[in-house]
Design a binder for this molecule. Structure first.
Ligand code: F6P
Length: 521
């Protein structure tokens, strides 16, 4: 594979970038009023609008040529056929098999996934129906999902987006090692009607194991040791470890190592979400994701939503020097999405070495941050409008509200469009301090409604987008060795803080430990 920055496609894009350098978005709209049509694409109630980006159809064509030069077609085939595209760990990457309704992935993988799905969805519905009961025989009113990273954020996005206010079981999430998370959650619950779901692919993650042990002790102290079995379930690809922890084998839901943590919400890791929304709606979520998988495999690059979104973000970072992207869902039901995308994008593509073992010469991932609108307008949007630095934005809006107060929704959507307009066109009115330069690019994603199908499509859209950006950058999107170093350094420091071993050999840490110990008394 050629070095992408040395291809003809790259040189063409560099020339196109120079060509538009002095053109404003206002000019672009004036010259081509049909821009919004030319740069908008719809798939089953999901609309992607790139008309406020600093690009045009010619640039999109050139970016598609770049994707071809990077080997996108072959890499996508390798991904879907179960090749070990996670090369550093020698693993296939087949979360698409978990939602495969029609032959996109190898049959063996999809069959394994289907069996595992049946087991966890049956359990989810039994909890909701009150047939899987607490130790006392009464039904569960609450479930506490314990897990972190991919074993937390994906399911929490789904639960927050789709759980009804009057769901039979309320689902809560505990992730942080900070016991404020666990204690604050448990303080509000009746433990005798609470189910704990421990989700961890490895079943070794320190925070999750710490929280799971504390929850177990808490429950045993309140209800007695004999109650523990009825109140715990586990989701893991290391079932022996879950049983060792004391969870009954029929409450351990397994999945395979070809499901990466941040891609695992479709697997039994989604159990907490399935408890929140029910098996039927979970199946519809999977069907929506499958529709996006099929689109990603079949649509030509120039009409392919994940490819287009990836190319646009890649263009912003590598040709327009916009290193960050604000994810701005204008819907409270999507309030966890920015955090989920932080993990999905920055843990997947925050890498400095290519598959060939060379230093990455370009920017594979954005710095992702965000908040729901309109809240963000009253916090960091000031910088989006007038700062340096220049930051790309991504607005997400839902046509149909999730409530019966339409005036709120009109206000919400009007604000979203006003922000996109202000960023794109700016204003020169009044004294210079009031000027907004404009020309700040944004994407707009609109969903017809926030139902399970559309949410599945949206989440799968981002997954494939991240894959394409990884291909363009020549990196392995699916490992995460960068998180290991901090974990291994934390172990000895725990002992130092607990007083079980001497001072830290690192002078800066030793000074901080001394200060912490003095202040903790
Ligand atoms: O530390 C990073 C990470 O490995 C993520 O990739 C993963 O989602 C998370 O930790 C949790 O891992 P596990 O599911 O094994 O507890």
């Amino acid at each position: 594979m050629p070095v992408i920055t040395e291809t003809d496609a790259w040189a063409r894009l560099a020339a196109l970038q120079e060509g538009i350098a002095t053109t404003t978005l206002a000019d672009m709209f004036q010259r081509a009023p049909a821009r919004a049509d030319a740069l908008g694409w719809e798939l089953d109630g999901l609309w992607l609008d790139l008309s406020r980006q600093r690009l045009n159809p010619e640039i999109i064509t050139a970016l598609c040529a770049l994707a071809q030069a990077a080997g996108l077609d072959d890499m996508r085939k390798a991904l879907f056929s179960g090749q070990p595209v996670n090369a550093t760990e020698g693993r296939a990457v087949l979360h698409m098999a978990l939602r495969d309704l029609g032959g996109l992935t190898p049959a063996g993988f999809a069959a394994t996934a289907a069996g595992q799905k049946k087991a966890f969805l049956e359990f989810a519905d039994a909890v909701r129906a009150g047939t899987a009961t607490a130790a006392s025989g009464k039904r569960f009113t609450d479930a506490v999902a314990i897990g972190i990273g991919g074993s937390h954020l994906g399911p929490q996005v789904v639960t927050t987006a789709l759980a009804e206010f009057d769901a039979p079981v309320r689902v809560h999430y505990v992730a942080n090692a900070d016991a404020t998370d666990l204690a604050g959650t448990l303080a509000r619950l009746d433990l005798s009607a609470t189910l704990f779901i421990v989700a961890s692919k490895t079943f070794t993650t320190a925070e999750t194991m710490r929280n799971a042990r504390s929850a177990r002790d808490w429950l045993a102290a309140a209800l007695g040791e004999d109650a523990v079995a009825a109140h715990f379930a586990a989701v893991t690809s290391a079932p022996a470890r879950a049983q060792e922890f004391g969870i009954a084998p029929d409450r351990v839901f397994g999945f395979e190592d070809w499901v990466g943590g941040r891609y695992s919400l479709w697997s039994p890791v989604g159990l907490s979400a399935a408890v929140a929304i029910g098996a039927d709606r979970f199946e519809r979520l999977l069907a929506g994701a499958h529709a996006m998988d099929r689109h990603f495999v079949e649509a030509p690059d120039g009409e392919n939503l994940p490819v287009l979104l990836a190319l646009c973000d890649f263009w912003n970072r590598n040709f327009l020097s916009l290193p960050a992207r604000a994810v701005l869902p204008y819907d409270e039901r999507l309030r966890i999405l920015p955090a989920h995308l932080q993990q999905l994008e920055m843990e997947s593509n925050g890498k400095g070495v290519t598959l060939a073992g060379e230093a990455v010469a370009l920017s594979p991932a954005a710095v992702v941050f965000g908040m729901t609108g309109t809240n963000g307008q009253h916090t960091f949007h000031q910088m989006l409008h007038q700062g340096p630095p220049l930051i790309a934005a991504e607005f997400i809006g839902i046509a149909e509200p999730g409530h019966d107060l339409p005036h709120h929704h009109d206000m919400l959507l009007a604000n979203m469009l006003a922000q996109a307009e202000a960023l794109a066109l700016g204003s020169r009115e009044g004294p210079v301090e009031r000027h907004c330069p404009g020309d700040r690019p944004s994407s707009l994603i609109l969903l017809k409604r926030l139902d399970p199908e559309r949410l599945g499509m949206l989440l799968a859209l981002y997954e494939h987008k991240v894959f394409v950006e990884g291909v363009l950058s020549g990196i392995n999107t699916f490992d995460q060795f960068g998180v290991e170093l901090g974990k291994s350094l934390a172990g000895p420091l725990i002992k130092v803080l607990a007083g079980d071993s001497g001072a830290s050999p690192n002078p800066a840490s030793a000074a901080a430990v001394a200060r912490l110990k003095a202040w903790r008394g």
